[in-house]
Write a protein of this length. Structure first.
Length: 208
């Protein structure tokens, strides 16, 4: 059963409520399921003790909120993402970062470019864990392209919990473009370089 109150609406596009806390941060208002004997067995009730700003959490979006990052995607922590300690298993952050990178490429019109003939493969991934996320946390995954080499692209990622704006995890990952048939590195195309450079601006380190 979908975990939202409107089965016909995509999960990441349902309305949620953010409250501005001291210091300018936002806190996510969660839905609370309560029993109601006069109606259906369970109804959804939102608490609202102070004035709030209703917003919609997008699936992914360009953003200027956290420079030098200019793009972010959202991910919900599912129960299957957690381990015996009840926190997100460390290896699960890599799929979160993969998700953000796919949406970043989609935003720039690069998703699927050369699919089947040339693909990026992971060369190196350095991950630092800052705090534990738990089941049902909503994470905002920021991503940026830091450097484009001759055959490689290096990205920086950072996962923040939306509710309290706490940093969960960071990563620096380098991917190499390879020819699938020959399994050898090939040069990153001019089209790819141009699209990323136009989006990232002066923060991008590029090798001609």
């Amino acid at each position: 059963m979908p975990d939202h109150d409107d089965p016909g609406r995509p999960f990441f596009h349902r309305p949620v409520e953010l409250r501005r806390q001291p210091g300018g941060h936002h806190r996510l208002e969660r839905d609370t399921a309560v029993a109601d004997p006069t109606r259906s067995p369970v109804r959804i009730e939102r608490t609202a003790a102070v004035s709030i700003l209703p917003v919609t959490v997008p699936f992914a979006q360009p953003t200027e909120r956290r420079p030098p990052f200019r793009f972010s995607a959202f991910a919900r922590v599912w129960f299957s993402d957690t381990d015996a300690q009840g926190i997100v298993y460390y290896g699960r952050y890599l799929p979160y970062f993969d998700h953000a990178r796919v949406e970043y490429h989609r935003q720039l019109g690069l998703f699927g470019m050369g699919r089947g003939e040339r693909e990026f493969v992971m060369r190196a991934s350095h991950v630092v864990y800052e705090a534990p996320a738990v089941f049902d946390d909503l994470l905002e995954i920021f991503i940026r392209t830091k450097r484009i080499g001759t055959t490689s692209v290096t990205s920086e990622c950072a996962a923040y919990r939306v509710e309290d704006d706490a940093l969960m995890c960071t990563a620096e990952q380098t991917m190499v473009l390879v020819d699938i048939a020959e399994r050898r590195p090939i040069s990153v195309s001019k089209e790819y370089r141009r699209a990323v450079a136009e989006f990232e601006g002066a923060g991008l380190e590029a090798v001609a």
